[in-house]
Design a protein around this ligand. Structure first.
Ligand SMILES: [Zn+2]
Length: 424
């Protein structure tokens, strides 16, 4: 069943931005104007949504042992194993875009059980790729008994040869228009998954390995070969607003989650990418303990104990469907916190939301909601309210950029503040 959603009340700029994002993601987008505002009709074809397969499997010998829940346990790649060499080679592959690398590595995590399958270890075939005549020159045929029976599979001469071979397998196979998804890992996988693997859950399994793949490619693990250790000692404490008991305001579709869940996902992405911004980031979760003030004091005591140089407490706003905009909250009189908030506001421009109060800066006084958070730590602290979870248009703007986009905006702001303002 095809899947259609309408997004109404958009500005011309939002309509064109979102149309581009959804189109890149594989959807058909129809834009109509309605008295100066724009409506998008976004339709995903059924194969993209359900991951159902129309044809015979051609690619998957899936080891099937990769569990998405063990994502955090991934060891950093080293050149001592073929799996480690594969990741290092993929990082340096010159002709692939970042999203392509995430897409194919997510598949290989699933297909090879993180490099542990016999097919991967013995024949450097991490993609469960069956031999086809079109693979001549890229691989040699080898008999192999996989979970779905005996077959002739590709054997590759090196990790680099496998990477080249995988992309040749796609380019020469029944995956027309795969190049359209060079900059969308999810779009690419929705496009190829139905023909690549027979498992109806394949797409979901692969998509759930994105974070792990990004982490492996970013080299966030310690002590890796080829990885320049970060000399930065700048410490960003990421405090996730609310707690697992009281999860904060609920975001309407397409955020569709309360603050606590959404911002934990943002924190995940920030930790994965912090090293690129020369920042050491650590997440701090508030723990429900009955007393709100004690909950806040406890978590910021941990921040100070860790030596945080600044803290962001992540939230989103909520009031009603019309309330909109971005604002950053900090303690009145704290020059450094204000400077950090100013950086955060200026990086939030990609949301195309209005800045509340004209400049998006909201100094808090004693008694204001959030005040106890922004004065609890020695470190300059900003409480972030980038959008309104109660407003469908705000949620669309936030979801379009995604948790990673929001996390990157925060990281850029923190980096610029650390570089330019922190010592002033
Ligand atoms: Zn909140």
């Amino acid at each position: 069943m095809a899947f259609t959603r309408f997004y109404a009340g958009l500005s011309a700029q939002q309509a064109s931005d979102f149309a581009e994002i959804f189109t890149r993601d594989g959807a058909t987008v129809l834009t109509t104007e309605d008295e100066g505002t724009f409506v998008l009709q976004v339709t995903y074809p059924d194969t993209i949504v359900t991951g159902n397969l129309p044809g015979a499997p051609t690619g998957s010998a899936g080891a099937g042992s990769a569990s998405p829940t063990s994502a955090g346990a991934a060891a950093p790649p080293t050149p001592d194993t073929s799996w480690g060499r594969l990741i290092l080679a993929l990082r340096n592959a010159p002709d692939l875009r970042a999203q392509q690398k995430i897409a194919c590595l997510s598949q290989w995590i699933v297909e090879s059980g993180r490099g542990t399958s016999t097919l991967g270890r013995q024949y450097l075939n991490f993609g469960g790729i069956k031999y086809r005549a079109r693979m001549e020159g890229y691989a040699t045929p080898v008999d192999y008994t996989a979970s779905d029976g005996e077959g002739v599979y590709c054997r590759f001469a090196s990790e680099e040869a496998f990477i080249r071979g995988y992309w040749h397998f796609i380019a020469s196979g029944p995956y027309e228009d795969w190049e359209q998804f060079r900059d969308s890992a999810a779009g690419y996988l929705r496009h190829v998954a139905p023909k690549y693997a027979a498992d109806p859950q394949y797409l979901e399994k692969v998509l759930s390995c994105f974070a792990e793949a990004e982490g492996l490619l970013a080299g966030t693990g310690a002590g890796e070969a080829g990885q320049v250790p970060s000399r930065s000692s700048f410490r960003l404490a990421i405090v996730v607003g609310h707690n697992s008991v009281g999860q904060g305001a609920n975001g309407v579709a397409p955020i569709s989650r309360p603050e606590f869940q959404f911002n934990n996902a943002v924190a995940d992405r920030m930790m994965e990418e912090a090293a690129h911004y020369n920042v050491v980031a650590k997440r701090f979760n508030r723990v429900h303990q009955g007393s709100y003030n004690e909950e806040i004091r406890t978590v910021y005591r941990e921040v100070d104990g860790w030596g945080g140089n600044c803290a962001l407490e992540l939230h989103f706003n909520a009031l009603n469907a019309e309330s909109t905009g971005t604002e950053m909250l900090f303690a009145v009189g704290s020059t450094k916190s204000r400077a950090l908030a100013t950086r955060l506001v200026s990086e939030s421009g990609w949301l195309h939301l209005k800045l509340r109060g004209g400049d998006g800066l909201k100094p808090l006084q004693a008694g204001d909601r959030g005040y106890s958070s922004v004065v609890a730590s020695r470190a300059p602290t900003v409480l972030t309210e980038p959008f309104f979870g109660s407003n469908p248009r705000d949620c669309l703007a936030a979801a379009s950029a995604g948790e990673a986009g929001l996390g990157r905006a925060y990281l850029r702001a923190v980096r610029d503040w650390a570089t330019n303002d922190m010592l002033n």
